[in-house]
Design a protein around this ligand. Structure first.
Ligand code: FES
Length: 333
């Protein structure tokens, strides 16, 4: 999978140079002239590297770095600036940047800075992970998404095992049985090795849609770890959910364009209609709600998706009607 890079700079020339240089280095490069949009993009996508200008209209690059440190602490951030100084470089590093590069830079200079920044970030991450459970949590490290092929192989293995044993299909099992079956298959795949805890959690989560408390208990038992440590590790990452998603899943965009056009009003409308806040599922399991970063269709702001279908130019009345339509299709009782 290509490494991802985000470049935030108000100078389109810098953006196009970085695009050219780093795409030929194998990166998938996303660029933006807006610091606000940059901060919104990292909420939705994990970027291995973020290049950030210092002086931009709107948010100051230093403040962007401070925010990135909270919202995307796994990214290696490099500050780029046309006004270099030792004081600013020191300040940027204090706020979480891995390097500081003066503009104009040559391709070799920026490539070298990015390489070194990534190496430093990796070393830092290893140190943080080694200290799991022993230190107070200071943030959330994003996880790379699990390879689709792993999930397909897993699915095929479960089906095959149940077919050979002449057991009913996964779909016909109760929810706890289904989770147990998935978890045991994932543990088999990862050799019941505690060093593989993160891939195990990722695979179960991707496959089952969430990590139930029963799942955490089973993983703890099989890996001979404490449930507390496993929950502590999983809760370190914002991506893991611990509640089963609803039958119908609503996502409200909180990207900049949607936010300023009323994304918060949509969340409030859902809270008053369904009594759930982001991250929650209704008691009857019908709807769940998630707040997400830019969905990539800002011209339609504010945007809400329901079961993957995009609803643009939303307002509380339209949203309420869309929810009512789903209620009407649900079996009564
Ligand atoms: S901010 Fe881009 S779709 Fe909402």
């Amino acid at each position: 999978m290509a490494r991802k890079m985000l470049v935030i700079d108000d100078d389109p020339m810098v953006l196009s140079s970085c695009l050219r240089i780093f795409e030929s280095e194998g990166f998938h490069v996303v660029t933006t002239t807006s610091p606000e949009e940059g901060l919104s993009l990292v909420l939705d996508t994990y970027f291995d590297v973020v290049l950030c200008d210092w002086m931009m209209p709107g948010l100051d690059g230093m403040d962007v770095i401070t925010e990135l440190d909270k919202t995307s602490p796994g990214s290696a951030v490099v500050m780029i600036s046309g006004y270099p100084s030792i004081e600013r470089a020191t300040e940027a590093m204090k706020r979480g940047a891995m390097d500081y590069v003066a503009k104009p830079f040559t391709p070799d200079e920026i490539i070298k800075a990015v390489d070194e920044a990534r190496q430093r970030k990796e070393t830092e991450e290893i140190r943080v992970i080694e200290r799991f459970g022993r230190l107070a949590k200071t943030g959330q490290l994003p996880l790379p998404s699990i390879d689709e092929r792993v999930l397909q192989a897993l699915s095929a293995a479960i089906d095959e095992r149940r077919r050979i044993a002449a057991e009913p299909s996964l779909e016909s099992l109760s929810e706890p049985e289904r989770l147990r079956e998935i978890t045991l298959a994932v543990l088999d795949k990862y050799n019941r090795d505690a060093h593989n805890l993160i891939p195990v959690l990722q695979a179960v989560h991707s496959y089952a849609g969430y990590l139930s408390y029963g799942t955490i208990g089973l993983i703890a038992k099989e890996l001979r770890m404490s449930e507390h440590d496993i929950f502590g590790t999983a809760s370190f990452y914002a991506q893991f959910k611990f509640q089963k998603p609803g039958k119908h899943h609503i996502r409200v965009c909180a990207g900049t364009a949607c936010f300023v056009s009323g994304g918060g009003v949509m969340l409030e409308a859902i809270r008053s209609k369904l009594d759930i806040v982001p991250g929650q599922t209704m008691r009857d399991g019908l709807f769940s709600l998630e707040r997400v970063a830019c969905l990539g269709c800002c011209a339609l702001a504010p945007v809400v998706t329901i079961d993957g279908e995009v609803h643009g130019n939303m307002n509380p009345a339209k949203l309420s009607r869309a929810i009512d339509r789903i209620y009407r299709t649900e079996p009564k009782g």
